[in-house]
Design a binder for this molecule. Structure first.
Ligand code: FAQ
Length: 320
């Protein structure tokens, strides 16, 4: 660290980041850093919450008690992730109720992937395998991001996502080792979820408006394209083990780069979904709004209980 007295707060902050010293809620931080974190963490929280819906849709139709228990636990985990993340955003001064209002009004973004429908049971396998797989690839580096509360929340989230990925892969494995019809369901799910999973990593680096600054601040540790490439390289051998084919005619091993080359992503589809025009955007927001309205009495009861406890503790403190 520099000991110059003239160093600006901003330079001192960047020095801490460069020296891998984590930033904590009460530390000085540039307004842009705070805003970027609130944006990313709240979008991430919203994704976890909306992300419960495509899979929640299959809890009542899971093919066995064991599958139902696994899926139920997974969906509950995603709710927990959303809550830790809203908590992390609050440490930056964000108001949870306003963030949630922004989600419900359609103002806030959440991951594009959750606007696709879950048509068959195999989609639950594909989500666990691919969507949780992509989420882990993106989130493990966040465990060492520069903002302490976000990094710490990610440690537990990643452990749980690993379990989710394994349960998804195991569903795919069971289907691929089952009847020809079951294997066909698995292939169909891979066909529909592959490209949207690649889109989860965000636009190409050349189009990613936040990446350069977020990487300088070590909020992001790798670029969108770097993580997407790792995901492709990880998934290809897994698809081989399952015996199903990734729907990309241009996918091939590149001996020079020691990576897989892959085909062109349909960015028009991606931006269309991000702008609210994907297959399920409207349905997802409608369902979230309905759940929020129906939970009003729970929030009111919890607030009344907390207020009663606060008063009781205050009275006890007075008489002690
Ligand atoms: N969908 O400049 P960049 C999960 C937006 S959690 C929608 O590259 P950035 C767990 C971006 O926000 C999945 N919008 O942005 C689970 C920005 O818009 P803005 C969520 C997207 O932030 C599994 C604009 O495009 N994970 O799956 C998407 O540097 C199974 C420009 O993009 C996280 O949130 C997209 N895919 O990089 C749950 C991880 N991509 O704000 C249930 C944390 C980009 O200017 C079941 N987030 N946009 O209006 C991140 O790592 C980053 O925010 C990125 C985007 C990489 C997503």
């Amino acid at each position: 660290m520099s000991d110059s007295k003239n160093i600006s707060l901003e330079d001192r902050f960047q020095e801490k980041i460069d020296n891998n010293i984590q930033i904590e809620p009460k530390d000085w931080m540039p307004e842009g850093y705070r805003k970027t974190l609130i944006r990313q963490i709240s979008q991430h929280a919203h994704s976890e919450i909306v992300g419960m819906l495509p899979e929640g849709n299959w809890i009542s139709r899971a093919p066995s008690l064991r599958r139902k228990m696994g899926l139920l636990a997974k969906v509950q985990d995603e709710a927990g992730h959303g809550l830790y993340l809203y908590g992390a955003a609050e440490t930056l001064g964000a108001d949870r109720a306003s963030l949630i209002d922004d989600l419900h009004s359609g103002k806030a973004k959440y991951s594009s992937i959750f606007n696709y429908p879950t048509l068959t049971w195999a989609d639950i396998g594909a989500i666990g395998w691919l969507v949780d797989g992509a989420a882990i690839m993106n989130q493990v580096p966040l465990c060492s991001c520069s903002y302490g509360p976000y990094a710490r929340a990610m440690v537990r989230v990643c452990k749980e996502e690993s379990f989710h990925q394994r349960q998804g892969f195991e569903i795919m494995m069971a289907l691929c080792n089952g009847s020809p019809e079951q294997k066909e369901l698995a292939q169909d799910a891979l066909n529909r979820w592959w490209w949207p999973s690649l889109m989860m990593f965000g636009p190409n680096d050349s189009e990613s408006k936040h990446s350069a600054q977020s990487m300088k601040w070590k909020i992001k540790r790798f670029s969108n394209d770097e993580l997407r490439q790792r995901f492709v390289d990880m998934s290809v051998p897994q698809a081989k083990i399952l015996g199903i084919t990734i729907p990309d005619a241009d996918l091939k091993w590149n001996e020079e780069t020691k990576q897989h080359d892959y085909g062109k992503i349909d960015w028009e589809e991606f931006w269309n979904v991000v702008k609210g025009n994907g297959p399920c955007n409207k349905q997802r927001l409608k369902t979230r709004n309905k759940a929020h309205d129906q939970g009003k009495w729970v929030r009111e009861a919890a607030t009344a209980y907390a207020e009663k406890r606060r008063q009781r503790n205050a009275n006890r403190a007075k008489t002690a």
